[in-house]
Structure formats: C-alpha cells, structure tokens
Ligand binder design. Sequence first.
Ligand code: ATP
Ligand code: MG
Length: 372
Amino acid sequence: MPSQALFVRTVEHYLAPIKAFLDDSGVTEVMINRFDEIYIEKDGKIVKTDARFTDPQAYEAAINNILQFTGRSLSDDQPLIDSRLPDGSRVHVAKAPCARNGTSVAIRKFSQMVLDIDWLIELGTLTTQARDFLRLAVNAEQNMLVAGGTSSGKTSLLNALSSFIPDDQRIVVIEDSAELQLQKNHLISLEAQQPDRYGRGEVTIRELFKSSLRLRPDRIIIGEVRGGEALDMIQAMTSGHGGSMGTLHANSPADTLNRLETMALMSEIELPLFALRSQIASAVDMVVHMSRHIGGRRLVTQISEVNPVDDAGNYTLRDLFVLKPVDKDNPDHQMQLAWTGERSALGNRADRLASQHQDLLTDPIKPILGMD
Ligand SMILES: Nc1ncnc2c1ncn2[C@@H]1O[C@H](COP(=O)(O)OP(=O)(O)OP(=O)(O)O)[C@@H](O)[C@H]1O
Ligand SMILES: [Mg+2]
C-alpha cells in the first residue's frame, strides 16, 4: 500500500474542491451527491455549497484516490465501501446499483467521533498488544500519565483508557474545562471556575482536588496537570488512590517527570528535592507518550515504566514499548508501536494478576510479564 505521506499529498490534490470544508472545524460532515452537488453540515445545519469537482472524472479520481489506501477501488463489485482520510475522518462511499443517482460520498469529520480504543487501533495510534497491556495496567491500578505535545491526542487516549476502569469503582474527574467524556456510571465530574468580574467565585483545580479526596474516590482523573495540583496528585497516587490518571504537556517520558517536579515545586509546600523525586518516582508507575505526525496522525510513541530513583536521586525509566518502522528498509513507511523486550514491573505480581485478572492476560502480553 502507498505510504502515509503520499496519501496526505494526493488527498490534498484530489480533494482540493472540498479542502476548505475539511479544514473548517465548524463543518462536521461533507456530503457529495454528484460531482457538482455538495452539501455540508455546519454548526448543526445542512447547507448546499457552490463547491464542485471539475467533471465526473475528477470526482471519480478523487474517490479512487481515497479508496486505494484501504486497498479498494470503485471498480470493486461491492457497492458500499468504508474508508478514511489520513486525519482519521470516516468516508462512506455508496455506488450504483445501491446509490440510484450515481456514486455518493459522505465524510464524517474526525473531531466529532468518540474515540474508543479500538478505533484508535484502527488509526494506528497504538497496537492490540499495547492495548492489552494498558488494559491490564489500568485494572492493576497502575498510576498513569499520558504525556505529549499540544494536540497530540492525550485527552482522547485518556478518555479511551478510562473505559478499562472496572464499573464498580468510583471515579472523580477534575478538569479546568470539561472535556473528557468518560462512559462510566459511578462518576463525579468537577470543573474549575473562573472568578467573576469582581474577582469572586473562583474555584481552582487545587481546591477541587482537596474536595475530591473527601468524595471518597477509588480513582482520581485529572484532565490536565499544569500547576501546583501536581503535588496533590502525587500524594493522592501514593495514598490509596492507585489507578489514578491524567494528562500532561511534555516532550518525552523523562521530561514528564521533570515537569511534574517543577509543577510540584509551584505548590507552597516545602519538600526537599530528593524526597520529592522519590515520591514522584513511586507515585507514577507509567508514562504513555504521544506525538503528532504527518497528516494529523497521532501515535503513542513510547510506554515507559518509572523505576525508583537511583542513588544519585535521578529518575530512571524502563521503556516497554517504542515506535519502530513497520518496514525498516522503507523509512517513509508507517511507524508502529513495538515491545522492546523489557519486562514490566507488573511481572512481579504475576501470580496475583493471574488469579484476579486471568481474562486480561492475553497471549501477546504474557512475555512482557515474564509469563510464558
Ligand atoms: N489517535 C488519534 N488520531 C488522530 N487524531 C486524533 C487522535 N486523537 C485525537 N485526535 C484529534 O486530535 C485533536 C486533539 O486531540 P486531543 O484533544 O485528544 O489532544 P491533546 O493532546 O489532549 O490536546 P491539548 O494539547 O489541546 O490538550 C482532536 O481534534 C482529536 O480529534
Ligand atoms: Mg488535552
């Protein structure tokens, strides 16, 4: 199959007549009935546009271009075909005889979809092996941070991972502005408040955090850690709220721990650096790092476990998964998350995991736990 980079370039070329709609975040759907009849859904309303492909041939070439990246083509004898654009938007093509007025295309823009974990796998964001491992880690109450750059897909992944939390556990979600859409019943969602124009009524993340502890959660989820609440989170993680999670802006798993440290130092509580570092290293079990790639793809680039600090007081990490080219002779080809061969610390609890989570111990992750 052609490479992702080529896909991005050719789609831009063939879909030029509708590119403005694809780039407009207010547009949620693009519907093409004919080469010269294009509707969009914008802000909830469906409107006919003036956009058009030059002629039926250009329209057909555009569809074929999209389809070839899923190994299909308009000449397939199947009349209904699902495909997607490089940015993950879903494309549905219906052609004759089912579509009685000629080939019709509907593009559901990506941002409107709930990203469940299996859809993230389909997008290449992670692999089934990594999913199985993270599902076990969530169930084994590992404290986890999803880190990465701006718009790298952290919040979406956290949302998807939260579905692994057992239904009988009570979750408190703390956010600056409500964004997560956890599909859970036993859930309390707290949102920070800006002060009004007289400076009254402000509720900070730290205040929410203190309140959350009185709400007796099993787990705490922080939408984004960005200030002094980092220290509250670290302390909660080490005191009975195992399995807590959050996102954080950072450049690498190691950078994640340094940033957490810097943020914890922003709280007014004084703690010797060595003590803080060892607390961070024992609080955070795992960092899942993400980044944004060409064509708008978001990939998990690393899953690393945090070791205890070394004698000099430095953080050390153990990379369990890293990004590798699927085909190493072709650097332009897609990258995929792969197990490094390092054993997970969860392997130390293998017997307990086997008795409590037998169903989650799938064959692909047994070697990661040192079980064969
Ligand atoms: N796995 C993915 N593949 C492709 N696109 C994705 C993926 N995850 C998220 N996106 C898209 O990327 C955009 C940013 O996603 P998200 O908000 O999850 O990222 P973020 O890292 O939390 O961003 P921020 O830095 O703003 O907090 C959204 O438009 C989302 O639909
Ligand atoms: Mg986010």
